[in-house]
Design a protein. Structure first.
Length: 175
């Protein structure tokens, strides 16, 4: 097969798998020994947290610029729609302004939008990734919205075909 044929066959196979499998409600991928699952089913923060814990994971906790870049790519490549608002495991529920990862990890790395966190309105103690202009960063919001979420696992997980395809093409092409 020449290059063009190989590409067409490859892409057709991928789209075929998408049709057979339907649009995936979760994307599973491993990074530096941890599993990450992007759940494209909107939930309240507390229900997303509970779901993650019931599956032996936790809402994603981001401690380095590399990990941030990886999670941003996961969110950015998950759907062909506008980047969805996405819960992470950061909150200041205990003491206003004292941000904590639910994993207990250090909070030295941050990725707030300019002007955030602002605890606006009647208070904002949970955090999402969202897209403003061309940036995907953090904003504090109330826990009342229903958004997608990323589950992190302290171990590698089984990845599905679609996610493997995504990791090889989309993720690598951004490096
Ligand atoms: C604006 C900003 C944000 C805030 C949201 C709440 O976008 O003030 O800081 O979180 O409104 O909807
Ligand atoms: Ca707050
Ligand atoms: Ca805010």
């Amino acid at each position: 097969m020449n290059k063009k044929t190989t590409l067409i066959v490859g892409v057709s196979f991928f789209l075929g798998a998408m049709v057979i499998g339907g649009s995936p409600s979760a994307i599973k991928i491993n990074y530096k020994g941890h599993g990450y699952e992007y759940v494209t089913k909107p939930k309240l923060w507390k229900d997303a947290k509970k779901d993650a814990e019931e599956r032996n994971g936790y809402l994603v906790c981001i401690t380095t610029a590399d990990e941030n870049e990886f999670v941003v790519q996961l969110i950015n490549n998950a759907t062909d729609k506008e980047v969805p608002r996405t819960w992470i495991g950061l909150n200041d529920d205990k003491v206003e302004g004292d941000w904590k990862w639910i994993s207990g990890e250090l909070t030295s790395f941050t990725n707030w939008f300019h002007g955030e966190p602002n605890n606006s309105g009647s208070g904002e103690n949970k955090v999402i990734y969202e897209k403003r202009d061309n940036e995907i960063k953090w904003n504090d919001v109330s826990g009342d919205g229903r958004y997608y979420y990323v589950i992190e696992y302290n171990f590698e997980i089984d990845t599905d075909t679609n996610a493997a395809g995504m990791s090889k093409t989309n993720l690598r092409s951004t490096r």
